[in-house]
Write a protein that binds this ligand. Structure first.
Ligand SMILES: Nc1nc2c(c(=O)[nH]1)N[C@H]1C(S)=C(S)[C@@H](COP(=O)(O)O)O[C@H]1N2
Ligand SMILES: [Mo]
Length: 393
């Protein structure tokens, strides 16, 4: 093929050589395959950790029949969800850097070379849109800011599967380029000669930005960095009785019923002798203490010393069928989180309590007075407050 022909195949016709199609439209020497490969690997790792921990959190809250989340180790969910939020936040600068590096390639000529190229390019739409959507809605959610009309967990989960599908196509299409770019000289960031920011500095700025975001937020769950958590939406040590509240008693509409002296805890369903216990009855039962964290899905966690009645003791007393699932219901009249489920592992754990006290005081009403559920290795959203009924199912 003559030089002329080759040129006419890889550049647009003259009348289209405008805007981003101009030959000199993108001049930065930074936008090369090597930088794109390094950022691609970093994002691949952070997105994968974020995806696996996110799917895990979803399975724990909506368990299909084949999935059983154990009650031990007690702090495992605190770690997996901490990682979910931390990797998501750290991905933000990396994604911006990656999009800046590769977007000139949107204007390559010819737009479509063959079927594989078409598939690869079509997959970019869900990949880029999905990634931006996931990081934006994630940040919105941890800031309790919902400027959208859909239910966050469902939309976020659905987008994650689409994005990861597109990511697999993308990795398949780019694997050989990445291998070529990064083998031989390994991961060493050799710079192309010329002026302006070097590749090494550009990566350094992105890494530093990700690191700064991590250091100023991860203290919301990682205690040693608590002092630096200036960007965390929640301070784990700020709130009544020294830890945060997501849903207040007023917000849940339970202020009056929670304080009503005629309070009774019912234990019913598949039991031989249903129970109806007043607060004094509960206080008269054997009390047990456990130090357990509230690990909110939004990424903050706070440990406290809880004291109350073991759920397993109440189930024994009521003669509940063995190995059953337990529905934990609150007095809250409506809302998605007014009840939660205890699988047999959680129901049978000796540290799963109906707590009456925290850190040596009666529960604050915003922490669930008169009675709240607290158990090891559960998402915060399943630590139901203002409990008035256990149903053995
Ligand atoms: N009844 C009820 N219990 C609830 C909630 C709720 O909205 N209603 N929110 C949950 C969430 S999302 C969290 S993180 C924890 C927070 O507990 P705390 O306010 O004691 O820190 O309570 C959980 N228990
Ligand atoms: Mo939560």
């Amino acid at each position: 093929m003559s030089r002329l022909n080759l040129k006419s195949l890889t550049t647009p016709p003259p009348r289209l050589r405008i805007g981003p199609f101009r030959e000199d439209a993108f001049q930065s020497r930074l936008r090369d395959k090597r930088l794109a490969s390094i950022l691609g690997i970093a994002l691949g790792v952070s997105f994968s950790i974020c995806f696996v921990t996110g799917v895990l959190s979803h399975l724990i809250q909506h368990p299909p029949s084949w999935f059983v989340w154990p009650s031990r180790p007690a702090g495992l969910y605190r770690i997996t969800q901490g990682l979910h939020i931390a990797t998501g936040l750290a991905s933000i600068p990396l994604l911006f850097g990656k999009l800046w590096t590769v977007y000139p390639r949107l204007w390559t000529w010819p737009p479509i070379r063959n079927l594989a190229h078409l598939v690869e390019r079509v997959a970019l739409l869900p990949l880029v849109a999905g990634s931006v959507f996931l990081l934006l809605t994630g940040v919105g959610n941890i800031a309790l800011w919902y400027p959208w009309g859909f239910f966050f967990p469902a939309g976020h989960n659905w987008a994650a599967w689409v994005t990861m599908g597109a990511l697999i196509v993308h990795v398949g299409a780019k694997a050989s380029i990445v291998r070529r770019e990064l083998t031989g000289s390994g991961l060493d960031v050799v710079d192309v000669p010329g002026e302006g920011l070097t590749r090494r500095s550009f990566l350094g700025v992105l890494a530093a930005t990700s690191g700064l975001i991590t250091i100023t937020t991860v203290g919301q769950t990682f205690r040693p960095l608590n002092f630096a958590a200036i960007l965390a939406p929640r301070r784990p040590d700020v709130g009544p009785q020294g830890f945060p509240v997501n849903k207040t008693a007023a917000g849940a509409g339970v202020v009056d019923i929670a304080r009503d002296a005629s309070y009774r805890l019912a234990v019913e369903g598949r039991v031989s002798s249903p129970l109806s216990l007043s607060l004094d009855d509960l206080r008269a039962l054997p009390q047990h203490e456990a130090t357990l964290p509230i690990a909110c899905v939004e990424g903050w966690s706070a440990e406290a010393r809880w004291r109350g009645v073991r759920v397993v003791d109440l189930l024994d007393r009521a003669g509940a069928v063995a190995g059953a699932k337990i529905l934990v219901e609150s007095m809250q009249p409506q809302g998605l989180y007014k009840q939660s489920e205890l699988n047999p592992s959680h129901a049978g754990d000796r540290d799963t309590l109906l707590a009456l006290e925290v850190n040596g005081e009666a529960l604050h009403i915003d922490h669930g007075f008169p009675v709240r559920l607290i158990g090891p290795n559960r998402p915060g959203v399943m630590q139901t407050k203002w409990v008035d009924r256990l149903v053995v199912t």
